[in-house]
Design a binder for this molecule. Structure first.
Ligand SMILES: CC(=O)SCCNC(=O)CCNC(=O)[C@H](O)C(C)(C)COP(=O)(O)OP(=O)(O)OC[C@H]1O[C@@H](n2cnc3c(N)ncnc32)[C@H](O)[C@@H]1OP(=O)(O)O
Ligand SMILES: N[C@@H](CO)C(=O)O
Length: 171
């Protein structure tokens, strides 16, 4: 994030851009090629963005991310190609948005504040504030499992004891 913040500062004014050009080249090579993270320096990101496992994280330069958000690995935030051949706008993400791993958020959509996006979600429609969404396509998830007993729940399962033949556990 520090590398991004410096690059973002360099892109704020033309004079900083020309003075900071060597740094911007370094930023792209190091962050894109070696860290496999594409956060273009023009992206607007609020304070306290956390990257938990930032590998394979790609976003478009028009993306806007609010404050106190969390991103995980293998996440894509960007535009989509329109029927006419052009491209849509890119997502605008609110404050306190927590995205699981392997999430795709595409198109000219808005993700509200205090939203959780489940791992593996494909989000193509706007999400209102205070929602948890998951799935492909992402929809608000059922909260029923919080009270409903799970059929496959094993009361006797002890994760500290190895199961089966393998003496060190199953994975
Ligand atoms: C190395 C690492 O550990 S990196 C960390 C990787 N972890 C993540 O990315 C976690 C992201 N978090 C999630 O995906 C969570 O499941 C959340 C935030 C979406 C939801 O969590 P909770 O509110 O606790 O929901 P809960 O587990 O009770 O599930 C509610 C329902 O949604 C379903 N659901 C939960 N997550 C998902 C998901 N990602 N995709 C599809 N369905 C899901 C559940 O199966 C359940 O369905 P049911 O009502 O039919 O039984
Ligand atoms: N694995 C945790 C934090 O490292 C998470 O992604 O939520």
């Amino acid at each position: 994030m520090l590398l991004f913040r410096i690059a973002n500062f360099c892109s704020a004014r033309r004079i900083y851009f020309y003075l900071g050009l060597p740094y911007l080249v370094f930023y792209r090579i190091l962050v894109e090629w070696f860290f496999t993270v594409e956060i273009p320096w023009k992206v607007k990101i609020g304070k306290n963005l956390a990257l938990y496992h930032g590998q394979c994280l790609v976003m478009n330069s028009e993306v806007v991310i609010g404050e106190n958000c969390t991103l995980r690995h293998c996440t894509t935030i960007g535009h989509k190609q329109l029927k006419g051949g052009g491209f849509s706008g890119s997502p605008v993400i609110g404050d306190n948005v927590d995205m699981g791993s392997n999430v795709c958020i595409i198109g000219d959509i808005r993700i509200g504040n205090n939203v959780k996006i489940g791992c593996g979600a494909v989000v193509t429609k706007s999400v209102s504030d205070d929602q948890t969404v998951a799935g492909n396509p992402a929809v608000p998830i059922s909260r029923s499992s919080i009270t409903k007993p799970k059929d496959n729940h094993n009361e006797n399962f002890d994760r500290n004891k190895p199961e089966g033949a393998f003496p060190f556990g199953n994975g």
